[in-house]
Design a protein around this ligand. Structure first.
Ligand code: ADP
Ligand code: MG
Length: 720
């Protein structure tokens, strides 16, 4: 029988002929200890020597591979720190000039090198052919037509041909490699067997072979991740006990808190809101705990959906909690929820089903618990919370600390979840589960949408609802990019004009690295300059992260009530702040922000009916990566589109950072480039796990997952 890939983990690379003690150390440096590590140390690229040209065959403007030796390297340093490395590549037919900008290490790399493959487009320059910033590989004296190039081989003192040699010996001695996937998966997703894929990526004969090999191996990586996520989800659904909430009017149609609330809102729900609310209702009425992610663009009306789900818990005799990322947001939620539920009452009912209805009719009570809450007030809130005298608790991280005990938490909403880690969001639920044996329903909301392939990976253990529709009557936010001069000429006068028109404005200050102190200093400067300069005579307010929460809230409240015309702020206003009368936002040094952040900041305006404007201020060069981001934001106000663009430009690193488990396994696959494979892997994982999260019929897959997450966690997931 063929060997499993993972059984090769037990064999050290030292058994290979070419690998002595010194080489073993070098390999260890790139993370290769076992034969398994070695055969999954994939080439970072392949040089296709079938397209190879001799130097006299090079045609300007056409991409080619040329192989030769380096005869000359020189480095020039220009003023301003720029470095230019010139080199000459020679073969039997002639010479080719190579130019590298700002790659000073090229001198050392290329000095006297033989068997150098360069890949790029040559152009004619002063009568000679020249390649600018070509891809360079030291291929060694290889004979194959497709040459694998391994990562970081120079840094550790490893040549790519050494690795190729070790891999060849390892593959030879390993013999046939077992495929853990059932044939139906291979045929459904057009995948080649694992054995062929491993050999194909290391020793391909054609580029097509590389392509299909890569597809299979990347699929395997994504499938492992999805299997973990899907198994976790199915296990939770089958083993945990939740609450069957009364979700009327979606079930019966009696007057309930939920129906009263929906009746009194001064507008009609969007179709998307209605759909999402019914998805939530169906989750909440079921005894399987809800575990749902709500993705919605800025301003799509997530808060209303959240409040509806909290009321479903309250009308069922439970409490609800709303976790917000900042005190400013928690206070804003408190104000708006109190305003909307001001004269709501909760009714006493018989305690037949062990439910937790209040003993007497009383007004519905909403409270907030933040870092700003005084000790005395906090004590009171905690007591009333335990006694069931509080129905909805809003709070920041302060909700997560020990000592916050509910009488019966029925629903937990996590707003703008990117500020909270996976552990934090499960903390309250776990605590509830220990206290009462039942798990509250969970609704997680993202501030800014992320693409489906990413959501499926980062939040793959959650169900997903999408609010892909803005309420009617919104005027699109007109976004322009101005440089600093244009801002002085036209930007500030537009602000003054709008204030005269009784509208309000935000000015977002430059982001200075990660230091809150420097951000504050810059905000102070901007504030001072504007109040004596272009905006003198207007009522300016200032909020920044170094103010205490009380100061912040007072200023926010002043702005909300129209006592402040222009709010100068750092990114503390980034998420959620809702002042519909504000119609213009000026973002200074916008190049310092990412796409998601700019979109989120822009979402502070366009919340009312007034035509709104966003001015991105930046003097960056138009071919810089920052300019790419600014153009993207100026061109589209669709958060879902921008999220795709952002992921393409930036890669998935940061997103994935929020969920470590299993992601280290992604050596070949990328959730950006391989979106279709992510969907395929999800699809396959759902079919494989089906209803059996222990995956009894797939012992080899379980073995691989165990190797990935460790014995303990695997035992927990697949058996415990
Ligand atoms: P976000 O999804 O960014 O959290 P909010 O929930 O803050 O958005 O809603 C943005 C604004 O839109 C709020 O002022 C809210 O009252 C309003 N709103 C929500 N739903 C609707 C609707 N169906 N029709 C009109 N306005 C709505
Ligand atoms: Mg919101």
């Amino acid at each position: 029988m063929a060997r499993t890939l993972h059984s090769l983990s037990a064999i050290e690379v030292g058994v290979l002929k070419g690998v002595g003690a010194k080489m073993a150390v070098a390999l260890e440096k790139v993370g290769v200890r076992s034969i398994f590590d070695l055969v999954t140390y994939y080439p970072r690229r392949h040089v296709d020597r079938t397209n190879e040209a001799t130097i006299d065959e090079v045609v300007p403007g056409v991409e080619t591979v040329v192989l030769g030796k380096i005869t000359r390297v020189t480095t020039r340093r220009l003023r301003g720190g720029r470095v230019i490395v010139n080199a000459t590549l020679a073969d039997d037919t002639g010479y080719l000039d190579l130019v590298f900008f700002n790659q000073p290490y090229r001198e050392r790399q290329l000095q006297g090198a033989n068997d150098v493959a360069v890949f790029g487009k040559a152009e004619e320059y002063r009568g000679r052919f020249q390649m600018t910033n070509p891809i360079v590989d030291l291929v060694g004296a290889t004979t194959g037509k497709i040459v694998p190039i391994y990562p970081q081989s120079q840094m550790a003192g490893l040549l790519t041909r050494d690795i190729a040699k070790f891999v060849a010996e390892a593959l030879d001695r390993a013999g046939e490699i077992f495929d853990p996937l059932p044939p139906w998966v291979l045929s459904q997703f057009s995948l080649i067997p694992r054995d062929r894929a491993i050999k194909g990526i290391h020793q391909p004969e054609t580029m097509l072979e590389v392509k299909v090999a890569r597809k299979r191996l990347a699929f395997d990586e994504l499938l492992r991740l999805q299997l973990l996520l899907v198994a976790e989800k199915v296990k939770r659904e089958q083993t945990s006990k939740g609450i069957s909430h009364d979700v009327s009017p979606f079930q019966i149609g009696n007057a309930t808190l939920t129906s009263d609330f929906l009746d009194q809102i001064p507008f009609t729900l969007t179709t998307a809101q209605r759909k999402v609310i019914s998805e939530i209702a169906s989750d909440m009425s079921s005894p399987i705990p809800m575990h749902r992610l709500l993705q919605g663009d800025v301003g799509s009306g997530k808060t209303l959906v959240a409040l509806t789900s909290m009321l479903m818990a309250v009308q069922s005799g439970y409490q609800a909690a709303l976790l917000a990322p900042t005190t400013v947001l928690a206070e804003q939620h408190l104000l708006s929820i109190k305003a909307q539920l001001g004269n709501f009452r909760v009714e006493a009912k018989n305690d037949q089903d062990g439910m937790l209805f209040p003993i007497e009719n009383r007004p519905l009570r909403v409270e907030a618990l933040t870092g700003q809450t005084t000790a005395a007030r906090r004590k009171l809130i905690l007591k009333d919370l335990r006694d069931g005298a509080i129905d909805i608790l809003i709070g920041t991280h302060a909700l997560l600390v020990e000592g916050v005990e509910f009488q019966g938490l029925g629903a937990l909403v996590v707003d703008e979840q990117h500020r909270f880690g996976v552990e934090q969001r499960s903390l309250l639920r776990e605590r509830e589960k220990i206290n009462s044996g039942v798990e509250p329903d969970l609704l997680v909301m993202t501030a800014t949408p992320i693409p489906r392939s990413a959501a499926m990976t980062v939040f793959g253990d959650l169900d997903v609802s999408i609010l892909d529709e803005l309420p009617p009557g919104r005027t699109p936010i007109d976004t322009v990019w101005l440089n600093h001069e244009e801002l002085e000429e036209a930007g500030w006068s537009e602000v003054t004009g709008r204030i005269r028109n009784l509208e309000q404005a935000y000015v977002v200050c430059p982001l200075v690295e990660e230091s809150e102190k420097l951000n504050t200093a810059s905000a102070n400067l901007v504030y001072e300059r504007l109040s004596v300069g272009p905006l003198s005579g207007l009522r300016l307010g200032l909020v920044h992260g170094q103010m205490n929460d009380k100061q912040k809230n007072e200023t926010m409240e002043g702005f909300r009530r129209g006592l402040i015309d222009v709010l100068v702020a750092t990114t503390v206003i980034e998420v959620g702040v809702d002042v519909p009368n504000a119609s213009i936002i000026i973002i200074l040094d916008a190049d310092r922000f990412g796409i998601a952040q700019l979109h989120q900041l822009r979402g502070r305006v366009g919340r009312g009916t007034k035509p709104s404007r966003c001015i991105l201020v930046s003097s960056v060069e138009s071919d810089s990566p920052a300019a790419e981001r600014l153009r993207a934001v100026a061109e589209s106000t669709d958060g879902f589109k921008l999220a795709e663009r952002d992921l393409d430009l930036r890669g998935a690193g940061e997103l994935m950072g929020t969920r470590q488990k299993g992601t280290t396994d992604l050596k070949l696959a990328s959730i950006t480039r391989d979106k279709q494979l992510v969907f395929a892997a999800r699809n396959a994982a759902v079919k494989i796990v089906d209803r059996d999260y222990a995956m009894g019929s797939f012992p080899y897959l379980v073995n691989e997952l165990t190797a990935l997450i460790g014995e303990e966690e695997a035992a927990n997931l697949f058996r415990g």
